[in-house]
Design a binder for this molecule. Sequence first.
Ligand SMILES: [Zn+2]
Length: 206
Amino acid sequence: MKSTGLAGLIAIGLVALGGFFMPGYVQAQSYTSHGGNITVQQYINEAGGVARYIAPGRLRLAGRRVGCGKRPSILDPEFDTWAGAYTNPGFIIVNLRYMRKEKKTVQLYIYAHECGHQFRGFDEDTADAFAIRRGVRQGWLRKKGMKEICKFISRVPGDNEHPAGTVRCRRMIVVYNDIVKRNNRSIAKKKYTKRRKNQLLLGFRN
Ligand SMILES: [Zn+2]
Protein backbone atom coordinates (compact mmCIF):
# COMPACT_ATOMS: atom_id res chain seq x y z
CA MET A 1 0.00 0.00 0.00
CA LYS A 2 2.68 2.40 1.04
CA SER A 3 4.85 1.79 -1.95
CA THR A 4 1.92 2.02 -4.37
CA GLY A 5 1.03 5.45 -3.05
CA LEU A 6 4.59 6.58 -3.31
CA ALA A 7 5.02 5.27 -6.82
CA GLY A 8 1.97 7.30 -7.82
CA LEU A 9 3.57 10.44 -6.50
CA ILE A 10 6.88 9.76 -8.13
CA ALA A 11 5.24 9.34 -11.51
CA ILE A 12 3.65 12.74 -11.21
CA GLY A 13 6.65 14.91 -11.15
CA LEU A 14 9.89 13.28 -10.37
CA VAL A 15 13.04 13.98 -12.21
CA ALA A 16 14.69 10.75 -11.32
CA LEU A 17 18.42 10.50 -11.51
CA GLY A 18 18.54 9.95 -15.21
CA GLY A 19 19.02 6.39 -16.19
CA PHE A 20 20.03 5.27 -12.76
CA PHE A 21 17.41 2.61 -12.61
CA MET A 22 18.50 -0.95 -12.76
CA PRO A 23 17.65 -2.77 -15.99
CA GLY A 24 14.60 -4.33 -14.31
CA TYR A 25 13.12 -0.88 -13.84
CA VAL A 26 13.62 0.42 -17.34
CA GLN A 27 9.97 1.42 -17.48
CA ALA A 28 10.49 3.72 -14.57
CA GLN A 29 12.86 5.76 -16.68
CA SER A 30 9.95 7.12 -18.65
CA TYR A 31 9.11 9.63 -15.92
CA THR A 32 9.20 12.88 -17.77
CA SER A 33 6.65 15.09 -16.11
CA HIS A 34 8.46 18.08 -14.69
CA GLY A 35 5.63 19.91 -13.05
CA GLY A 36 5.45 18.06 -9.76
CA ASN A 37 3.93 20.26 -7.11
CA ILE A 38 4.39 17.99 -4.20
CA THR A 39 5.57 19.61 -1.03
CA VAL A 40 8.10 18.06 1.31
CA GLN A 41 5.35 17.54 3.86
CA GLN A 42 3.09 15.80 1.36
CA TYR A 43 5.92 13.52 0.34
CA ILE A 44 6.70 12.62 3.93
CA ASN A 45 3.04 11.97 4.70
CA GLU A 46 2.70 9.73 1.66
CA ALA A 47 5.80 7.80 2.56
CA GLY A 48 4.01 6.58 5.66
CA GLY A 49 6.55 7.26 8.37
CA VAL A 50 9.70 5.91 6.78
CA ALA A 51 10.91 9.16 5.19
CA ARG A 52 12.98 11.63 7.18
CA TYR A 53 13.31 15.35 6.65
CA ILE A 54 16.83 16.81 6.56
CA ALA A 55 17.16 20.59 6.68
CA PRO A 56 19.05 22.36 3.87
CA GLY A 57 22.80 21.88 4.18
CA ARG A 58 22.51 19.31 7.00
CA LEU A 59 22.78 16.09 5.05
CA ARG A 60 25.91 14.02 5.53
CA LEU A 61 26.93 11.81 2.68
CA ALA A 62 30.16 9.87 2.25
CA GLY A 63 31.55 11.54 5.36
CA ARG A 64 30.87 15.04 4.07
CA ARG A 65 28.24 17.63 4.53
CA VAL A 66 26.38 18.19 1.29
CA GLY A 67 23.91 20.85 0.33
CA CYS A 68 21.92 22.30 -2.48
CA GLY A 69 21.21 25.91 -1.67
CA LYS A 70 17.97 26.24 0.21
CA ARG A 71 16.68 22.82 -0.81
CA PRO A 72 16.09 20.27 1.93
CA SER A 73 16.61 16.55 1.51
CA ILE A 74 14.44 13.61 2.35
CA LEU A 75 15.91 10.29 3.33
CA ASP A 76 13.62 7.59 2.02
CA PRO A 77 14.70 3.96 2.40
CA GLU A 78 11.84 2.87 0.15
CA PHE A 79 12.68 5.12 -2.76
CA ASP A 80 13.32 2.84 -5.71
CA THR A 81 16.63 4.27 -6.86
CA TRP A 82 19.67 6.09 -5.45
CA ALA A 83 18.22 9.57 -5.55
CA GLY A 84 15.69 11.81 -7.22
CA ALA A 85 14.51 15.36 -7.25
CA TYR A 86 11.37 17.39 -7.26
CA THR A 87 12.07 20.83 -8.56
CA ASN A 88 8.85 22.64 -7.72
CA PRO A 89 9.18 23.17 -4.85
CA GLY A 90 12.73 21.92 -4.82
CA PHE A 91 13.90 19.04 -2.69
CA ILE A 92 16.12 16.03 -3.10
CA ILE A 93 15.27 12.48 -2.17
CA VAL A 94 18.07 10.16 -1.16
CA ASN A 95 17.96 6.44 -0.51
CA LEU A 96 20.91 5.69 1.75
CA ARG A 97 20.44 1.95 1.35
CA TYR A 98 21.36 2.30 -2.31
CA MET A 99 23.89 5.06 -1.77
CA ARG A 100 25.96 3.19 0.78
CA LYS A 101 26.70 0.46 -1.72
CA GLU A 102 28.51 2.94 -3.92
CA LYS A 103 31.93 4.57 -3.68
CA LYS A 104 32.08 7.88 -1.85
CA THR A 105 32.75 9.89 -4.96
CA VAL A 106 29.83 8.21 -6.72
CA GLN A 107 27.51 9.14 -3.84
CA LEU A 108 28.62 12.76 -3.97
CA TYR A 109 28.22 12.78 -7.73
CA ILE A 110 24.66 11.45 -7.51
CA TYR A 111 23.65 14.10 -4.99
CA ALA A 112 25.33 16.84 -7.01
CA HIS A 113 23.59 15.60 -10.16
CA GLU A 114 20.20 15.97 -8.47
CA CYS A 115 21.23 19.40 -7.27
CA GLY A 116 22.17 20.19 -10.86
CA HIS A 117 18.54 19.57 -11.83
CA GLN A 118 17.48 22.10 -9.21
CA PHE A 119 19.67 24.85 -10.62
CA ARG A 120 19.97 23.96 -14.28
CA GLY A 121 16.76 22.20 -15.25
CA PHE A 122 15.90 18.81 -16.63
CA ASP A 123 18.62 18.05 -19.10
CA GLU A 124 20.66 15.05 -17.98
CA ASP A 125 23.96 16.10 -19.53
CA THR A 126 23.67 19.55 -18.00
CA ALA A 127 23.02 18.05 -14.57
CA ASP A 128 26.01 15.74 -15.05
CA ALA A 129 28.25 18.64 -16.04
CA PHE A 130 27.07 20.59 -13.00
CA ALA A 131 28.03 17.66 -10.76
CA ILE A 132 31.47 17.26 -12.31
CA ARG A 133 32.26 20.97 -12.00
CA ARG A 134 31.13 20.99 -8.40
CA GLY A 135 33.23 17.93 -7.63
CA VAL A 136 36.42 19.49 -8.98
CA ARG A 137 35.73 22.82 -7.30
CA GLN A 138 34.96 21.24 -3.93
CA GLY A 139 37.95 18.94 -4.17
CA TRP A 140 36.21 15.56 -3.96
CA LEU A 141 36.55 14.66 -7.62
CA ARG A 142 39.83 13.59 -9.13
CA LYS A 143 40.88 11.21 -11.84
CA LYS A 144 40.25 8.10 -9.76
CA GLY A 145 36.77 9.30 -8.80
CA MET A 146 36.00 10.08 -12.41
CA LYS A 147 36.78 6.45 -13.24
CA GLU A 148 34.51 5.28 -10.43
CA ILE A 149 31.66 7.44 -11.70
CA CYS A 150 32.13 6.06 -15.20
CA LYS A 151 32.15 2.51 -13.94
CA PHE A 152 28.94 3.19 -12.05
CA ILE A 153 27.07 4.98 -14.82
CA SER A 154 28.18 2.56 -17.51
CA ARG A 155 26.04 -0.15 -15.93
CA VAL A 156 22.95 1.81 -16.89
CA PRO A 157 21.27 1.53 -20.26
CA GLY A 158 19.67 4.59 -21.82
CA ASP A 159 16.13 5.29 -22.97
CA ASN A 160 14.27 8.03 -24.85
CA GLU A 161 15.23 10.72 -22.38
CA HIS A 162 18.49 9.42 -21.07
CA PRO A 163 21.61 8.76 -23.08
CA ALA A 164 23.22 5.41 -22.33
CA GLY A 165 25.53 5.42 -19.32
CA THR A 166 28.59 4.86 -21.47
CA VAL A 167 27.73 7.98 -23.49
CA ARG A 168 27.21 9.99 -20.33
CA CYS A 169 30.56 8.78 -19.07
CA ARG A 170 32.32 10.01 -22.20
CA ARG A 171 30.60 13.38 -22.01
CA MET A 172 31.49 13.80 -18.36
CA ILE A 173 35.13 13.00 -19.08
CA VAL A 174 35.17 15.77 -21.67
CA VAL A 175 33.81 18.21 -19.07
CA TYR A 176 36.28 16.97 -16.46
CA ASN A 177 39.31 17.25 -18.75
CA ASP A 178 38.27 20.70 -19.80
CA ILE A 179 38.00 21.96 -16.22
CA VAL A 180 41.30 20.41 -15.21
CA LYS A 181 43.03 21.93 -18.22
CA ARG A 182 41.60 25.35 -17.46
CA ASN A 183 42.53 25.09 -13.78
CA ASN A 184 46.08 24.12 -14.66
CA ARG A 185 46.34 27.07 -17.00
CA SER A 186 45.16 29.49 -14.36
CA ILE A 187 47.57 28.00 -11.79
CA ALA A 188 50.43 28.40 -14.28
CA LYS A 189 49.37 31.96 -14.92
CA LYS A 190 49.27 32.76 -11.21
CA LYS A 191 52.73 31.31 -10.73
CA TYR A 192 54.04 33.34 -13.63
CA THR A 193 52.48 36.55 -12.29
CA LYS A 194 53.98 35.88 -8.87
CA ARG A 195 57.39 35.27 -10.38
CA ARG A 196 57.15 38.45 -12.41
CA LYS A 197 56.16 40.39 -9.33
CA ASN A 198 59.09 39.00 -7.39
CA GLN A 199 61.40 39.88 -10.22
CA LEU A 200 60.06 43.40 -10.28
CA LEU A 201 60.45 43.71 -6.53
CA LEU A 202 64.01 42.51 -6.80
CA GLY A 203 64.52 45.03 -9.57
CA PHE A 204 63.47 47.80 -7.30
CA ARG A 205 65.61 46.62 -4.49
CA ASN A 206 68.76 46.26 -6.47
ZN1 LIG B 1 19.04 13.37 -13.80
